[in-house]
Design a protein around this ligand. Structure first.
Ligand code: COA
Length: 198
């Protein structure tokens, strides 16, 4: 597909100004399988404020008349919380050269048309352009049991997008994050497996 992707690169101050809209978008997107995130804005403000505080982080956003169409967040791994870095450090894998793709999100009705791929390419080229040409890009995806009752029968994992974009899954690099699932009373701990791209 050759169509261009229309994104705005936003950094620090602009991220701070758009936290409410980005947070609402994240909550809407990650409510679905496999994240099942019953989101709340206090968590979103805390999470996104790390991007707003960091000079090297960025967000790519595309909008239309209905709001955000797609977005992608990225931050040097060393500026994420210690728990994001822990499994690397435990294995003596350096984090200083790693850039963490926090999330890549396309509005539901626009999926399957190549947007995710274009957004990924744009994020990778932006990381290189922003003076991190040798950065190793990493991302993490949630691990869920295949027997989970909320798993849609027709669900296809986005793993294909990661492998096509040059990422390899690292089952030895796992972090844990807590959030409340839409079908739970309180927060539970999830395992997130890392994918690395050289
Ligand atoms: C993951 C996501 C960004 C992909 O966006 P998208 O616009 O649908 O992706 P694309 O149309 O560019 O597809 C990229 C590739 O993955 C494949 N693909 C996309 N969705 C797929 C699916 N459900 N099943 C199988 N393959 C799929 C496409 O065929 C394409 O491969 P190709 O280049 O060989 O044709 C989108 O599904 C999304 O926003 N999901 C919710 C948020 C999320 O889970 N993000 C990832 C973790 S942060």
């Amino acid at each position: 597909m050759t169509m261009p992707i229309d994104t705005h690169l936003i950094t620090r101050r602009s991220i701070a100004e758009q936290i409410e809209e980005l947070g609402q978008f994240r909550i809407a997107i990650f409510r679905d399988w496999p994240y099942l995130y019953d989101g709340n804005m206090p968590y979103e403000r805390d999470y996104l404020s790390r991007y707003a505080r960091c000079e090297s982080s960025f967000v790519l956003v595309g909008r239309d008349a209905h709001g955000i169409r797609y977005a992608c967040t990225a931050i040097p791994l060393k500026h994420e919380l210690p728990q994001f870095q822990q499994s690397f450090l435990e294995r003596q894998i350096p984090v200083d050269n790693k850039f963490y793709l926090g999330e890549i999100m396309v509005r539901r009705e626009l999926r399957g048309q190549g947007m995710g791929r274009l957004l990924m390419n744009k994020a990778l080229s932006t990381i290189a352009e922003l003076n991190h040409p040798s950065a190793e890009v990493v991302l993490a995806t949630v691990i869920r049991p295949s027997t989970h009752p909320l798993k849609p029968a027709d669900y296809n994992a986005s793993d294909h997008l990661w492998t096509k974009s040059g990422f390899a899954r690292r089952d030895d690099l796992v972090m844990t994050l807590d959030w409340k699932d839409i079908d739970q009373e309180r927060e539970t701990t999830k395992e997130m497996v890392y994918w690395l791209r050289k």
